[in-house]
Design a protein around this ligand. Structure first.
Ligand code: ARG
Length: 463
């Protein structure tokens, strides 16, 4: 039975329910191009080991080349009877190379080392693609930051007004975690660079096949050190789904803010028409669906990670069929981010910020109280006392009806709270004064933020 890679010791074929459960072509077919590359490399080491003649190698490579073209064009597809990508491709090879020659290729390899290798190749390419998409989001954040070099906004902790910050500073605070996600994928790529091919089912190959040669041909830096590890471990797949989940979480945090910012109450941003949706009943609606889907899909990406970890937990060595369950979570993560990253990048790039609204709110909620306390410290007042005094200023403001803002306290009110609170304190009771004072490295002073912006751009350029 072509398309089945086993059967010699069986008196019957698989039951329909067995075959249906076992089947993986509906998701592993996307690995077919990698599997064919692996087969070409494997044919070459069979030849080097004296197991294929020069002519046989040429015929095998030609048949594999034709098979690759037919997979690529879609004219060769998995059949109903094919168990998995490997079985389908062997059927395709036998059809093109003939049974005698095609039947020689499988010597010295197992689906266990094949699949482990194919998944690493897939994740290597997927990581490169995701890196591009993440960098596009980072660039959208950087471009928005560049367009608002001096705009203040209310910085928050606990979602309460805390201290004024530059909008550019806040936007870049979303860029740095994404840049670390890119580093994580690059770091993972170094670990993915070891090829399990040649590990066989678990114990390695006995036919004198050189795993280093296959590894080099498939773009790996070398073979794995341990054939059992090579076939049985899926920590790298789990690591990939962790990084993709983290990217999802990072996007969800940006998205949650966009959702808040686009409300009537915040009024910080207007979403572009092309990156928002309407309502089927409420004609006025303009909804932040991209941001909401990003928030929702973070849950899905986390689910891919936790599902895979649950599959791996307590699995004995070496290969177990449970490991087939590694692919759909990883593939789903790739597909999900493939949709999400460009949409989020476009949403961010097309946001219209409202600097007047941001500036109006920046000093509200007594967000300059820390500046009063720190100004007092510079006058020699101990911080404990200064903190109390600034707190008393807030209380004094709140006792007015309607409440005053800090800068609206009179000179007399200020000095009656603490004698050191002379009118000079007003120099820090302004948003620009507050921003400019936070000028240590990493702070929100405009000079520091423009350095930070340059550093972020350089990071992007360095990748
Ligand atoms: N479809 C399998 C997987 O994804 C390939 C390896 C199957 N090996 C086996 N001995 N049944 O893991």
């Amino acid at each position: 039975n072509q398309g089945s890679l086993w059967g010699g010791r069986f008196s019957s074929g698989p039951a329909d329910v067995m075959a249906a459960l076992s089947k993986s072509t509906h998701f592993d077919w996307k690995l077919a191009p990698y599997d064919i590359s692996g087969s070409k490399a494997h044919a070459r080491v069979l030849h080097r080991a004296g197991l294929l003649s020069q002519q046989e190698l040429a015929a095998m490579l030609s048949a594999l080349g034709r098979l690759a073209d037919d997979v690529d064009s879609g004219s060769f597809q998995p059949a109903e009877t094919d168990e998995d990508v490997h079985g389908a491709l062997e059927r395709g090879l036998l059809e093109r190379a003939g049974e005698d020659l095609g039947g020689k290729l499988r010597a010295g390899r197992s689906r266990n080392d094949q699949i482990a290798t194919m998944v690493r190749m897939f994740l290597r390419d997927a990581s490169a693609h995701i890196i591009e998409g993440v960098l596009d989001v980072v660039e959208a954040l950087i471009t928005q930051a560049e367009q608002h070099p001096a705009a203040p906004m209310p910085g928050r902790t606990h979602l309460q007004h805390a201290q004024p910050v530059l909008l550019a500073h806040h936007l870049l605070a979303h860029a740095w975690p994404l840049l670390r996600d890119v580093e994580r994928l690059q770091d993972l790529t170094r670990r993915l660079a070891h090829s399990p091919y040649g590990s066989g089912a678990l114990a390695g190959s006995s036919l004198g096949l050189d795993p280093a040669h296959v590894a080099a041909e498939l773009g790996f830096t070398g073979p794995v050190e341990n054939s059992i590890d090579g076939t049985a471990s899926r920590d790298l797949v789990a690591e990939f789904t962790w990084v993709t989940a983290m990217i999802g979480v990072d996007l969800s945090r940006i998205s949650e803010e966009v959702i808040l910012w686009a409300t009537k109450e915040f009024g910080f941003v207007t979403l572009d028409d092309a990156y928002s949706t309407g309502s089927s009943i409420m004609p006025q609606k303009k909804n932040p669906d991209i941001a909401e889907l990003a928030r929702g899909k973070a849950g899905r990406l986390i689910g891919n990670l936790t599902g895979l970890l649950a599959t791996l937990k307590a699995l004995p060595l070496a290969y177990n069929r449970d490991l087939q369950e590694d692919k759909e979570p990883a593939f789903d993560a790739v597909d999900t981010l493939g949709l999400l990253l460009p949409a989020v990048a476009g949403m961010i790039a097309t946001l219209t910020f409202h600097p007047d609204r941001l500036a109006e709110l920046a000093p509200q909620g007594f967000s300059l109280a820390t500046d009063v306390a720190e100004w007092l410290v510079r006058q020699g007042v101990p911080f404990r006392v200064a903190h109390e005094a600034a707190g008393a200023c807030v209380r004094a403001c709140e006792q007015h009806h309607p409440p005053k803002e800090l800068h609206e306290l009179t000179d007399e009110e200020l000095t009656s709270i603490h004698p050191a609170l002379t009118p000079e304190v007003r120099e820090v009771l302004s948003v620009p004064g507050s921003l400019a004072s936070r000028d240590a490295v990493g702070g929100t002073a405009p000079a520091r933020v423009s350095e930070q912006l340059a550093a972020a751009k350089q990071r992007v350029a360095d990748f």
